[in-house]
Write a protein that binds this ligand. Structure first.
Ligand code: ADP
Ligand code: MG
Length: 393
């Protein structure tokens, strides 16, 4: 059973320190910032109860990791400034979070855990941010010795990093062996909304699959195969289906290795493929107008909508119409019980749509997941390691 964070659960931790795993794997200034807003309820809640909170996160994929056992000297600052790691510090997030919560955020820029513990104890400040955990060996390997030393920084653990919960890392899984563990408010919201789409959906149910690789999305196709009424395909997945059907797709993006895996779906009437396209240099780069209209009609008549992956190469001018058309239908569907949308580029496309067509409103029934890969795995029916870990302790 997952323990959810609540006022009651906090009564045991008065004057103690929380380790709050969040997902700050973002580029400041980009639309990704919605991921910061998403963690604020938990951060503010802990602060309201005067719990000291150390935010834990990773950012990017740093190379040249350092060993935690090398961090002994008082002023040991690892070489974060080497070429690969230069832009992966979490420091720029300090100001942004601080402004949003209207409180000082103390940056912990070294990994001398003993020193950090003293520092946290001494000050009256409530919110701290530890430097990029992936600068250290052990985090991505879920090294238990490392997880244990990390756990010593706090008295209990809260996971609000749904987007990383498909990864078995020290700060998402290993740490739960050593601390009482809870799901934060964002984690709760993700689980509740995704469960609603998976188990409490109302038909007609439509699953929209676009983006780059069908391989990443086969689990969702499989889970919803007997539940969904329609699968609307765009992007690389549509091209791969077309190719499997023997159509000529020129140099279009497709996943040749997945062709054998999708054969069993090919003949079903549930699978809706684009009927017209926008092509450039023998590449299908977007779905065409007829297809957009057809997809919009299906979305408008659906009571549950699940969407991952842009319909085309929307980053390139002239090839955004398909993706924008889906956004329009999704945002105009006010009768659906639940609409779940997720994926890094899919959400970026919402920002583009927003800049292009100002004034639209996000419906109450629309849930924007902060997870890309994690959302796809969850929607495949998998028990994610990060969620399993907080269920055990
Ligand atoms: P998400 O990040 O939302 O999960 P993906 O990572 O699967 O989505 O794929 C997003 C990328 O797929 C976008 O950058 C988009 O440009 C690209 N894409 C979509 N359709 C096409 C296409 N027809 N040709 C080339 N690239 C495409
Ligand atoms: Mg992506």
């Amino acid at each position: 059973m997952i323990k959810f964070l609540s006022a009651k659960s906090l009564s045991a931790y008065s004057g103690k320190t929380a380790l709050l795993r969040v997902d700050l794997n973002i580029t400041p200034g980009y639309f990704d910032n919605y991921r910061i807003d998403a963690i604020l309820p938990t951060v503010n809640f802990l602060a309201k109860y005067r719990i000291k909170t150390i935010l834990l996160s990773h950012r990017g994929r740093p190379q040249n990791k350092i060993n935690i056992s090398d961090v002994k000297k008082d002023n040991f600052f690892p070489d974060f400034q080497n070429a690969e790691n230069k832009n992966l510090s979490l420091k720029p997030l300090v100001k942004i979070i601080s402004k949003k919560i209207n409180k000082r955020v103390i940056f912990l820029n070294n990994f001398n855990f003993l020193k950090i513990k003293e520092e946290v104890k001494k000050t009256k400040n409530l919110v701290f941010l530890l430097e990029n955990l992936r600068f250290l060996k052990g985090e991505e390997e879920n090294d238990l010795k490392f997880a244990k030393s990390l756990s010593l920084l706090g008295d209990f653990y809260v996971n609000d990093a749904f987007a990383v919960s498909h990864r078995e890392n020290a700060s998402t899984v290993g740490i739960c062996n050593y601390l009482p563990s809870y799901a934060g408010f964002l984690m709760k919201k993700e689980i509740e909304n995704l469960d609603k789409a998976m188990k409490n959906f109302k038909r007609p149910l439509v699953v929209i699959i676009g983006g780059a690789k069908i391989k990443d999305k086969l689990g969702v196709l499989n889970y919803f195969w007997d539940k969904a009424d329609y699968f609307l395909l765009g992007g690389g997945p549509a091209n791969t289906f077309l190719k499997a059907k023997g159509e000529k797709i020129g140099k279009s993006l497709a996943d040749k290795e997945a062709i054998d895996k999708i054969r069993k779906y090919l003949k079903s009437e549930k699978i809706i493929l684009p009927s017209d396209f926008k092509v450039w240099d023998s590449r299908i780069l977007d779905i065409g107008r007829e297809t957009v209209l057809q997809y919009q009609r299906i979305i408008q008549n659906s009571n549950t909508v699940i969407w991952n992956g842009p319909m085309g190469f929307f980053e390139k001018k002239g090839f955004e119409m398909g993706t924008f058309g889906i956004w329009k239908a999704v945002l105009e569907n006010k009768k659906a019980k639940i609409i779940v949308v997720g994926g890094g580029e899919t959400i970026t496309s919402l920002q583009k749509f927003e800049n292009n067509k100002p004034g639209f409103k996000i419906n109450k029934n629309l849930f924007i997941s902060t997870g890309g890969g994690a959302m796809l795995e969850y929607l495949s029916g998998k028990n994610l390691p990060g969620i399993k870990a907080i269920s055990l302790n």
